[in-house]
Ligand binder design. Structure first.
Ligand code: FMN
Length: 225
């Protein structure tokens, strides 16, 4: 199926969805979407993204292992540190996004257990039927991470245009050894993030959350004369 959605509409329509139906995306459509995403640009056209698409029983097994690790408070071992670098306006935006999400879910800020349960939904891929885990091989680092980011948005827009929802998740990269073990990968494949995707379950309260964006005056600097 060739989607009719314009790029503008796809960009505006895409949002992070955190609750999915069990229905899988047909394999032929997955092939079409991932073929399209291959057209993302990259430094020197090296195309170094290594997406691993996990579905069905393999995803169930992996999510169970990730949820178990998080529930047991197993030490986090991300390939890139996920420490709090957000200050000032960035921290405010982070808090705003969290408040909107927890607000939609009816989770009180001081309710530690409810917040942990909400966090664990990440490790369960929000019940999505598919997740794609984004790897880069060693020694690639920050410069090449740009390519992964551009690839990821290209992929999410291709999904959106076909009515398929997604959520990029740094939380899926907190236990890389578990993911690597399940996918049969060596330690030189470093995990940056994952993206859960599938058809939105509109009945999930978290999916009512909406975040905004700053005006361009706060972000873009135009230089001319
Ligand atoms: C690289 C990346 C990592 C993210 N990690 C998470 C995550 O671990 N859990 C989550 O619920 N959302 C995560 N998000 C989603 C962001 O919270 C979301 O994109 C942001 O709040 C803007 O909302 P929108 O995607 O609905 O427009 C991530 C997004 C990106 C791009």
């Amino acid at each position: 199926m060739t989607p009719a959605m314009s790029v503008d509409v796809a960009i505006r329509t895409r949002r992070s969805v955190r609750g999915f139906l069990a229905r899988e995306v047909p394999r032929a459509e997955l092939d079409e979407i991932f073929t399209l995403a291959q057209w993302a640009p990259s430094n020197c056209n090296v195309q170094l993204w290594r997406p691993h698409v996990v579905s069905g029983p393999a995803l169930k097994r992996l999510c169970t292992a990730l949820v178990d690790a998080a529930r047991a408070d197993q030490p986090l071992a991300p390939d890139w540190p996920a420490d709090g670098k957000y200050h000032g306006i960035y921290r405010e935006r982070q808090h705003d996004a969290a408040a909107r999400l927890y607000g939609a879910m009816g989770v009180e800020r001081k309710d530690i257990q409810a917040r942990k349960d909400a966090y664990l939904r990440n490790q369960a891929c929000f019940d999505a039927p598919h997740a794609v885990f984004m790897f880069m091989q060693q020694p690639f680092d920050a410069r090449e991470a740009t390519d992964l980011g551009i690839y990821a948005q290209t992929l999410m827009l291709a999904l959106t245009a076909r009515g398929i929802a997604s959520c990029a998740q740094g939380a899926l990269a907190l236990y890389p050894p578990i993911v690597r073990e399940h996918l049969g990968l060596g330690a030189d494949e470093r995990l940056m993030f994952g993206i859960s995707f599938g058809y939105e379950d509109t009945g999930v309260p978290a999916n009512a959350a909406r975040v905004g964006r700053a005006l361009i005056e706060e972000a873009v600097v135009f230089h001319r004369d």
